[in-house]
Design a protein around this ligand. Structure first.
Ligand code: NAP
Length: 286
């Protein structure tokens, strides 16, 4: 175990049918490797793998029963995909009603084979959301012991305040990388910090886009060279240099976890941080 936990979370989106199609034993090995590096939070969502990835993780937890007590399980619910069970119109939508949250949480606990998730997050903002109803639902689940902390994902900055003075928001999970940095420009990152929420940056490599062999990539390589890093490590360090921010890794490979932990050991100095942003944006900040 590392002496200080790296500001990293392991994402499960690509474990199964939406990516590497790992076997349960391989997922278990990946989770054990993450824990050995001090990465104890596992990001989950009911829709991943077309509603199959939570069950894959559940099989991994059964394969190695020492994992569950050491892991912080972070589950997201609230998206209904065209193929999701019960979606008769087959239209992609969001549903944060207590009735849907009940069904989605019950499915999550069943698929994972656990009695509780440590954090429950609303996956996307639904403009129809009733914050009082969600608050009451969260209180009820806490009484039952089925959820720990509560957080949001992909909420516009202003929409977070629907929960002000109702619920503590432990974290806000948002898209954030050098390739997709709107959250820095539009105030979502700042609003999350102001609400006392940890920021969790998903797709820190732009889903792989930042690794392309193009002009932007070559500009990033030149900066990475100065720090003795590869490009992936540089852009992970760029995200982790932001205050109150943890990086949600998308890798399915054990060896990349250790590289990521090394990458985020220290922040970039201001000039290099802005050089990365400039290279990624293709223009300097004003
Ligand atoms: N809240 C939300 O709405 C939301 C949305 C999207 C994602 N997420 C979460 O965020 C997590 C991360 O998202 P992401 O998977 O898009 O993250 P990402 O880190 O931007 O992309 C991961 C992809 O990059 C590849 N990769 C990683 N390191 C590499 C390297 N050094 N060289 C070449 N390829 C490399 C990975 O392949 P390998 O497996 O081969 O390493 C994987 O295919 C997800 O697992 C999920 O938990 C949340």
């Amino acid at each position: 175990m590392a002496s200080t936990a790296p500001p990293l979370i392991l994402g499960s989106m690509r474990f199964g049918d939406w990516g590497a199609r790992l076997a349960p034993a391989e997922v278990a090995r990946l989770l054990a490797a993450a824990l050995d590096l001090g990465i104890d939070t596992l990001d989950l969502a009911d829709i991943y793998g077309g509603h199959t990835t939570n069950a894959l993780v559940g099989a991994a937890l059964r394969h190695d029963p020492t994992l569950r007590p050491r892991l912080h399980l972070l589950a997201k619910v609230g998206i209904v995909m065209p193929e999701s069970p019960g979606n008769s119109r087959r239209v992609q939508h969001y549903d944060l009603s207590p009735a849907h949250l009940d069904t989605a949480l019950a499915g999550t606990l069943r698929d994972l084979g656990v009695g509780r998730v440590d954090t429950l997050m609303l996956h996307r903002f639904d403009p129809r959301l009733d914050a009082d109803a969600v608050t009451g639902w969260v209180a009820g689940q806490r009484e039952r012991g089925t959820i720990g902390a509560f957080g949001l994902s992909n909420f516009p900055a202003a929409a977070m305040s629907l929960f002000t003075e109702k619920l503590a928001l432990s974290a806000h999970q948002i898209e954030l990388s050098a390739a997709a940095s709107q959250a820095l420009d539009d105030g979502t990152h700042a609003a999350s910090r102001a609400a006392g929420s940890e920021v969790q940056a998903w797709s820190p490599l732009g889903g792989g886009a930042l690794l392309a062999d193009d002009d932007r990539g070559r500009a990033l390589d030149a900066i990475a060279f100065d720090f003795g890093l590869d490009r992936a490590s540089l852009v992970l360090r760029w995200v982790a240099s932001l205050p109150a921010t943890r990086v949600v890794l998308g890798t399915t490979r054990e060896e990349r976890l250790a590289d990521a932990a090394r990458a985020v050991e220290q922040p970039l100095p201001a000039d290099a941080w802005y050089a990365v942003w400039q290279a990624a944006r293709g223009k300097p900040v004003p």
